[in-house]
Write a protein that binds this ligand. Structure first.
Ligand SMILES: [Zn+2]
Length: 493
């Protein structure tokens, strides 16, 4: 056994120093002010990103993802969650899968930044899809077949394609050795198409530590669109309408239908729904909607009324014309639509109960209690029972934030405008907005009205080219939002 005499220790130290002289490059004097720095290798500059290779890989991943049937109900997202987890793990990105209920799945992965405690960015998507009837499709909806340069299948746009873009952008950043100022967290949930209780709702309720440091979230809800005149804009949803789903029940005596009384549960419900149908909630123009139309008018060069919509809507003739478009109408007022009817099941028996479900949609800032009172008043029958089936607070995200600035910088590179929007539906973003995270509905892919018809429709498909461009833009967006923009631009020159 060697004895470590002071002389030996001194010799060993000299050898280490010598070795250090060979291995460590010389530093400019200014950098050596802190002796610790001489022991640290700087991170190597990022390597170039091979987008052609990434696109091939993303295409194969999306095909496999589509082939895992996650039609909700029942959802069965667990297999898809495991596949995405494996993809992250194979690149050394830690990822975890949860099973909120048998067969259901949630997956999350975290790409670490340099740990400056800047708020992290969540990339959210959902793994479940709406049903698809193969008879109506040109290709089997769960085939993931490639036809005319497009990946066909249910979920290719909503929302498996966007999930793949988010995942591949994270892997691209990891592989290139790009160090962001903040962490990026990937979360894919299930059950979005049925309200998200077993997906995003479960995640927020049970695993909130996962995103405790998050400040921003990107989700579905907006994309790159074109006006009819060809002007491109990045539509970013900053607000959503909130559901107020109501059950209305009318009661009356059960009787033989051969000797009907004046009024029955069925006739009372029918009259109430008719009165509701003849009523409209008042027009209310909220700021994001006012801004949306103003900015659309700037892109289109008109109509002039859109530049001061509040004033224009006071003119009854213009208001009538404007709200004749159901999409416009939904943006400026609360809507209440009867969708479900239930009463008797025998032709000759008067049922004692008749019920309807009404899909109400409220503008941000609307008070649900007042709205319920308005609906009851419109139905004009004090003996009806009303219950709320679904409602949650409506929260909007700020128009100005680090993430919005990053999206604006990305759009500027393509000479496109950014138009903040409110969507008439709702997404899983509301679960995270309630946790004070700034959520933006934006996926950086170009979508035509024809392609959008595939969402919840038939022949849903994503072009391979757009998938690749989406990954490139998502990488750039994360660099812009995550603090590495300058380095990237220098590399590109
Ligand atoms: Zn969706």
């Amino acid at each position: 056994m060697a004895r470590f005499t002071p002389a030996r220790i001194a010799r060993a130290f000299a050898l280490i120093v010598l070795a250090a002289g060979v291995v460590w490059p010389a530093r400019p004097a200014a950098a050596a002010h802190n002796s610790d720095h001489r022991l640290v290798e700087p991170a190597p500059p990022p390597r170039p990103i091979d987008y052609a290779q990434l696109t091939r890989e993303a295409t194969a991943l999306l095909q496999n993802y589509i082939r895992i049937d996650t039609t909700n109900p029942p959802g069965d997202e667990l297999g898809a969650a495991r596949m995405l987890k494996e993809k992250f793990l194979s690149d050394g990105v830690p990822a975890t899968v949860w099973e909120p209920a048998p067969g259901r799945g949630v997956i999350a992965a975290r790409l670490h930044g340099i740990g400056r405690h800047a708020k992290s960015i969540v990339l959210l998507s959902h793994m479940d899809v709406v049903p698809a009837n193969p008879k109506e499709w040109e290709v089997p909806p769960f085939s993931g077949e490639i036809k005319n340069g497009e990946i066909w299948g249910r979920g290719s746009l909503d929302d498996k394609g966007p999930g793949v873009i988010e995942l591949m952008a994270m892997l691209a950043i990891k592989r290139a050795g790009i160090l962001l100022d903040r962490d990026v967290i990937f979360i894919a949930t299930g059950d979005e198409e049925e309200g998200g209780k077993m997906g995003a709702g479960w995640t927020v309720a049970h695993e909130s530590d996962l995103f405790a440091d998050a400040g921003y979230l990107l989700n579905e809800g907006g994309a790159i669109e074109k006006r009819p005149n060809g002007k491109e804009y990045f539509a970013v949803s900053i607000a959503e309408k909130t559901p107020l789903w109501i059950r209305v029940t009318a009661a009356g005596p059960a009787d033989h239908a051969a000797m009907p009384p004046d009024e029955t549960a069925v006739t009372r419900l029918a009259r109430a729904l008719d009165r509701l149908d003849n009523w409209r909630a008042p027009i209310r123009l909220i700021d994001p909607v006012r801004d949306y139309f103003r900015e659309i008018a700037a892109l289109d060069g008109g109509p002039p009324q859109y530049r001061s919509l509040a004033r224009a809507l006071r003119d009854p003739a213009f208001a009538r014309k404007f709200t004749a478009d159901p999409h416009h109408d939904a943006l400026v007022r609360d809507t209440f639509t009867p969708t479900v009817l239930r009463a008797g099941d025998k032709t000759n028996v008067i049922p004692s109960l008749a019920e309807a479900e009404i899909d109400g949609r409220l503008l941000p800032g609307e008070n649900p209690i007042t709205a319920m009172a308005d609906v009851s008043k419109a139905m004009g029958d004090a003996n009806l029972k009303t219950e709320v089936l679904l409602n949650f607070p409506s929260v909007s995200s700020p128009r100005d934030s680090r993430m919005m600035t990053a999206i604006q910088e990305l759009a500027a590179r393509e000479h496109a405008a950014v138009v903040p929007t409110m969507i008439a539906g709702f997404t899983d973003s509301h679960y995270f907005r309630e946790k004070n995270i700034d959520c933006y509905g934006f996926i950086p892919i170009e979508l035509t009205p024809g392609e959008m018809k595939g969402v919840h429709g038939v022949n849903e498909r994503m072009s391979v080219k757009k998938l690749g461009a989406g990954i490139r833009r998502m990488v750039e967006l994360l660099e812009l939002a995550g603090g590495r923009a300058r380095a990237t631009r220098e590399r590109r020159r």
